[in-house]
Write a protein that binds this ligand. Sequence first.
Ligand code: TYD
Ligand code: MG
Length: 454
Amino acid sequence: MKVKTVFRCRDCGGSAPRWVGRCPVCGEWNTLVEELDGRAASGAVTVVGPRSSPVPISDVDEGDWSRFPTGVAELDRVLDGGLVPGSVTLLGGEPGIGKSTLLLQVLAALAGRGRRCLLVSGEESTHQVRLRAARLGALRPKLWLLAETVLAHVLAAVGDVTPDLLVVDSIQTMSDPEVDSAPGSVAQVRACAATLVQVAKQRGLAIVLVGHVTKEGTLAGPRVLEHVVDTVLSFEGDRHHGLRLLRAVKHRFGSTAELGVFEMGDDGLHDVADPSGLFLDDRRPGVPGSAVVPAAEGARPLLVEVQALVASTSLAMPRRTVQGVDGARLALVLAVLERRCHVKLAALDVYASAAGGVRLVEPGTDLALALALASSASDRALPPDVVACGEIGLGGEVRQVSQLGRRLAEAARLGFRRAVVPASAPTPPDGLQLLRVGTLAEAVDGLNLTPLVQ
Ligand code: TYD
Ligand code: MG
């Protein structure tokens, strides 16, 4: 009998009957790989257990499953208090960003407070992990270590150790021989995660799975797990800088608004309790193309430098390159600058970035981005003591953003003296002078950034 195969997307788990360059489900390029078809290979896990009966919601046993703090303050902030027994958390991030380091520190902190912890490493030998643990001061008697990639053996170890927290580093290395597919394939990753989710629920055990990300913003393979797990954390940052940002992409037990900030040092990751000014350290005030935005990340505003550079090009289609800034927002801001403010950038290369490895996604960044672009185009710098915050609408109007009062207070605390804000902005804190603008054109004119030659 001919073995049937199917082409499955490593990113979203979608399938196609024959190989195509682009996944028909998620639209990603070059993500389809050939896999065996069939129930086992599809990763579908069918469990027929005893039938459960419906119960009135108020009669459901709450259990003693209150969350426990991990002891790593910035992680607890992102988790809204700590890990929940019986929950599964996926920690995604690029290789080398510090996932194993962070989790080893969490395990050490918990084991140090009497919790039983099991670390399963599918990537590093026990010897390697021990060396790292020694460096991080994580040699704790209640921390068990297992170098294993076979899921059944991991489950057996869970039975032996009965941990409160199990860390699997990484889910892509785990395999279940019953699933007819290579380790790291969508089918294996899904099947192993589904089994672990069941174990977590049955035992009231908290599990953290590490998932490597290979492309910008997407968990390769593990993205197919986002709906299976309770919490998805994303660990980001510029590998070449020490700063690391942790955010919750999904969290069934709390808000996803908080941002955790760490600094990688020689002895592991350190919490950064007051990060608001951190991203301004390398700023060179007085350089055209730079604007500072008080961005709102969870409860803590962060002051971030937005940089832009416009340059002449020999390309028929000028470049639009972004780093840490949303490409779609850049396109909108460019269109508004062109049509409403007569800042012509269509024929120029445009580069825009957020300094320090931060990713700015909120609309409040628009105004600073627009002013950075206008500043670069006019080759005139913004005054060094100015921040800008506001959303830009298609009509060129500058709109209100959330938490403006808090953002301005933080800007004032860090020594900024002026702020470009929407007309409806609240009364500023002492020492901060507001330049209220109704439109982007007013802001560009007010700061004298209209390019001279167009
Ligand atoms: P790691 O946790 O292995 O990353 P991941 O598990 O996400 O692949 O971290 C690897 C990097 O962190 C590596 O480049 C070295 C650096 N590092 C430090 O700078 N200080 C430290 O104390 C440790 C343990 C690692
Ligand atoms: Mg690792």
